[in-house]
Design a protein around this ligand. Structure first.
Ligand code: PMT
Length: 404
């Protein structure tokens, strides 16, 4: 990783993982970056500022006005090519989401013109708390990039999600933002379908499913962070991509999703079909709300276009298609069948029988199935980490393809 000449502002907040920020500082310096460190008061309870001062050869600020000049936060923010906060505690993210500027780290965030990324670190229940999730969504919507947390043993003795990414993973993430050679998908065009579709029955009712778009959005973000130009065809969901360079095309119905996909497929080297598309829609949409009369209601349904199948028929030799199979059982046979029938190069199986996998979860547990009877199983990971594995597989598939 070559970060020569890059200027990185490293923010450290109060978490047991603060000791890993020392290793991160050394790794960034070894990669050639100049690094300045700022800390929260909480962080200084875990690692003394002197440690960072000795290694960075620069003073470490905690308060935003007391030591050097009153506008130190502005100078540091303008100096940096990138602001990385590792670890980012739940409390720090809440203060950032609220727009507070009550210490050096939060003041620098508000003053920063550089890309900002966070490596969250906290206990499993704090990570899953709706308040934390909400704050992360707010920060994502402001283009803050979130470095996926790990799953495993936590300092509390509990096991789960919330571990800060390892310093080498953070370094790799930073490299993707700052170093052009890490933009491994630069010049490539990608299309991703994500979220559910909604098929109206009448003006107040519809057929849909529980997809939140989280998995597909994570894939779109991962593709964009490696330099691909991404078109995200997104069903009706509340979530938004975190990467500022993902182009969003909101749709509601399967037919609308199909039309948007048709528009972007031909020019895309990469197509990922992650949407949970309604296979059927009502044959007719009632103009008025259907009244509750009689003992039941017969609804006539007609088939929606199978987007992946239709575009699979148009696939050219230079294009890679990735599909998903959502099954309620083990699903291996169905996944292999869909791999062939829809002309995917790789299908990602996720099963509702695995805890933490499927709709709405922050995690997923997947198995890859490839042509030639090959498969690869993965453990439970955050959807962001799963997206990273999928994009790694896309890169190796692209390398094996023939030129157009
Ligand atoms: O959005 P989240 O809450 O994060 O949940 C993620 C997810 C569970 C929705 C996702 O991981 C997933 O599994 N998406 C595919 C769901 C699905 O519809 O699977 P399927 O086995 O029914 O479809 C097979 C493939 O054909 C999929 O790639 C699907 O996108 C595609 N398809 C299906 C039907 C259709 N009419 N058009 C399609 O393109």
């Amino acid at each position: 990783m070559d970060l020569a000449g890059k200027k990185i502002l490293l923010g450290v907040s109060g978490s047991i993982a603060a000791y890993k920020a020392v290793v991160l500082l050394r790794s960034l310096q070894k990669a050639g970056a100049s690094v300045r460190v700022i800390m929260t008061r909480g962080a200084s309870d875990f690692v003394v500022p002197l440690t960072f001062e000795a290694i960075s050869h620069h003073p470490v600020s905690i308060e935003n006005s007391t030591n050097q000049s009153w506008n130190n936060h502005i100078e540091l923010s303008l100096w940096a090519d990138l602001f990385v906060i590792a670890p980012a505690s739940a409390n720090l993210m809440a203060r950032m989401a609220a727009g507070m500027a009550d210490d050096m780290v939060t003041a620098c965030y508000l003053a920063s013109r550089a890309p900002v990324c966070l490596a969250p670190s906290m206990d499993v229940d704090m990570w899953h708390h709706p308040a934390t999730k909400h704050n992360i969504e707010i920060l994502r919507s402001r283009s803050v990039q979130i470095i996926p947390v790990g799953y495993g043993a936590l300092a509390s003795g509990l096991t789960g999600e919330g571990r800060m990414a390892e310093p080498e993973e953070i370094l790799e993430f930073i490299g993707r933002i700052l170093s052009p050679e890490a933009q491994t998908l630069a010049g490539k065009k990608a299309m991703v379908t994500a979220g559910p579709t909604k098929e109206a029955i009448d003006p107040v009712r519809y057929i849909s499913n529980a997809s939140t778009g989280k998995m597909g959005i994570a894939i779109a973000d991962a593709l964009a962070s490696r330099g691909a130009e991404v078109q995200l065809i997104l069903g009706p969901v509340a979530l938004k991509p975190g990467h500022p360079k993902v182009n969003i095309h909101p749709v509601t119905t399967a037919e609308e999703m199909y039309q948007a996909a048709l528009q972007y497929h031909e020019r895309s080297e990469i197509s990922v079909f992650c949407a949970a598309v309604a296979d059927f829609r009502p044959a007719e949409v009632a103009r008025e709300k259907i009244k509750k009369a009689g003992s039941g209601l017969n609804l006539k349904l007609v088939k929606n276009p199978d987007i992946a199948f239709e575009l699979g028929r148009k696939k050219k030799v230079h294009q890679v298609h990735i599909g998903f199979a959502l099954e309620s059982g083990a699903g291996e046979a169905q996944a292999r069948e869909k791999l062939e029938a829809k002309n995917f190069d790789l299908i990602v199986l996720n099963s509702l029988q695995d805890a933490g996998a499927g709709f709405g979860t922050d995690t997923n547990k997947i198995t890859f199935f490839l042509k030639g009877n090959k498969s690869r199983k993965f453990g439970l990971k955050s959807k962001e980490a799963v997206a990273g594995d999928i994009v790694d597989a896309i890169e190796s598939l692209l390398k094996k393809l023939k030129k157009p």
